[in-house]
Design a binder for this molecule. Structure first.
Ligand code: H79
Length: 480
């Protein structure tokens, strides 16, 4: 694939194809498939060390992505025209000159921003961590940066550092905080990478000469200094650094300089989008759920509630709470995490449709969280769906056709069955690999036993006529 292959297919998920092959476990060391100038912690730690480092993240299962920046001011409209596609890409999609985009900063005064309320919302949703855009592709830093003046403290009337306020609240309210950082694309810094489909005549697809420059210089004068600030100025955080959209500009040698810095933070978790063939800790399917997860790899599906990450005033295409909840359960049943996005507006308010849905998901988790947090993937597998014998996906492989009757997650002495499509009378499951000693419904606080009938090929679970929850009622099978 050519340079900037992460976008060449114009499919968001195609980012994945730029990244190196999966890690292979060799003995108790985790080996990478290619040589790097700098060995990452992931290359040298033992499996036990990796397990300890990843423990909180693996148990968490549900996190909040926050896309928030200057793009929330135009909110999808530029010069009176609605600009198609994702809101945080408006500068690129509308070819906004650097000076015009930078002129948004003096207008940014999100006085309704309230770190306490956002962290409390994440907690009410049952989320265990937050990842916020510290700098997106537009190059605007949402934190106090001495390394570059195009930031929320120095360049706006707001003068506050929302990352610091969130870090304080996350510490107080007991959840983790991570920082998204666009290390490769930067559309306002000279030399930062940019992608654009219609400007192949200009190096690096820039649309304004103010973007011209040397990538290594950008990295040394902006990205690495800002990463140092992010890693050292916020106490115990960030727990996660979330890189995005690597291009071939990020050579192994340049990426190695970033890795040398990351290695100084031995608890840090970082994703697979640094570039330079580093694979990081986590696979990051974007806007999709892999049919069978990523066996042997930690992974996290990031998704929007509507069709944009950054706030767009007119995007009201919100997924239902049912869909969001089914996604969470589907992901947990495959051993992954769900990083679900909110896009606050230019005043710092979270759209009410997002708040409403998050609270509803949280309500379900407050009753049924035992079936999600810290669980292992399904012991069954077929319930998620099957590959079509005839239909192909975009890459020519058999298409996965999901089924939505039920999912399963696994605890130490429990098998959970999350039932979406409530059957009449009983649910039939194949014989699980463990001896089942009893069953009850998780939402029934009395844990009244429900009847199990062994059949030649499995178990019939006798069910009441109505589900206890309209979206997902959890059956608990007690196991040895
Ligand atoms: O931060 C969010 C996105 O902005 C970022 N990743 C998530 C987490 C992201 N950057 N690039 N992509 C996702 C995929 C690229 C999509 C594109 Fe397009 C398709 C770029 C060009 C064609 C969408 C349509 C954006 C511009 C036009």
């Amino acid at each position: 694939m050519k340079k900037r292959c992460f976008i060449a297919l114009a499919v968001i998920s195609s980012i994945q194809f730029c990244l190196p092959a999966h890690a292979q476990l060799q003995g108790d060391r985790i080996a990478t498939s290619s040589a790097h100038p700098v060995a990452a912690i992931q290359d040298t730690e033992t499996k036990a060390q990796r397990d300890a480092r990843m423990l909180w993240w693996r148990e968490a299962r549900f996190g909040m992505f926050i896309h928030w920046g200057l793009y929330s001011i135009p909110a999808g409209t530029w010069n009176g025209k609605q600009v198609p596609s994702i809101g945080e890409w408006i500068m690129n999609n509308a070819s906004i000159p650097v000076a015009d985009y930078k002129a948004l900063a003096p207008q940014f005064n999100p006085t309704s921003f309230n770190a306490h309320d956002i962290v409390a919302l994440a907690k009410a949703a049952g989320m265990r961590y937050i990842v916020i855009t510290s700098k997106h592709h537009d190059g605007f830093a949402m934190f106090d940066s001495k390394a570059d003046p195009f930031n929320i403290v120095a360049a706006t009337p707001f003068h506050r550092d929302p990352l610091r306020e969130l870090a304080d609240e996350c510490r107080k309210q007991g959840i983790k905080l991570g920082f998204y950082y666009s290390q490769d694309q930067d559309w306002t810094a000279p030399g930062g990478a940019a992608y654009k489909t219609d400007h192949h005549d200009r190096p690096n697809h820039h649309w304004d000469t103010a973007q011209d420059g040397d990538f290594a210089t950008y990295l040394h004068t902006k990205a690495i200094p800002q990463l140092k600030e992010l890693l050292s100025n916020y106490g115990e955080f960030p727990a996660v650094i979330w890189f995005d959209t690597p291009t071939d500009d990020m050579t192994p040698a340049l990426a190695g300089e970033i890795v040398a810095l990351l290695n100084q933070y031995p608890k840090l978790i970082w994703n697979n989008r640094l570039g330079g063939s580093y694979q990081g800790d986590t696979e990051t399917p974007e806007q999709f759920i892999p049919p069978q997860g990523y066996p042997g790899r930690d992974w996290e599906s990031c998704m929007t509630m509507n069709d944009t990450w950054g706030y767009k005033s007119y995007d009201t295409n919100f997924k239902s709470t049912q869909t969001l909840l089914q996604n969470l359960i589907d992901i947990a049943s495959k051993g992954g995490n769900y990083l679900l996005n909110i896009g606050p507006d230019s005043k710092g308010n979270v759209p009410p449709a997002e708040v409403e849905r998050l609270k509803q998901v949280g309500q379900w988790l407050s009753v049924n969280g035992e079936a999600i947090y810290g669980t292992s993937p399904t012991l069954f597998g077929d319930e998620a769906g099957s590959f079509s014998a005839t239909e192909k996906d975009e890459s020519g492989k058999p298409k996965f056709i999901p089924a939505w009757d039920w999912r399963s997650t696994t605890g130490a002495h429990r098998i959970y069955i999350e039932v979406f499509n409530w059957p009449a009378g009983s649910l039939h499951i194949k014989k699980p690999a463990r001896a089942v000693t009893g069953a009850y419904l998780l939402a029934d606080s009395s844990h009244k036993a429900i009847k199990l009938n062994e059949t030649p090929d499995g178990i019939d679970i006798a069910l009441p006529s109505k589900p206890l929850d309209p979206v997902a009622t959890v059956i608990v099978l007690k196991t040895k």
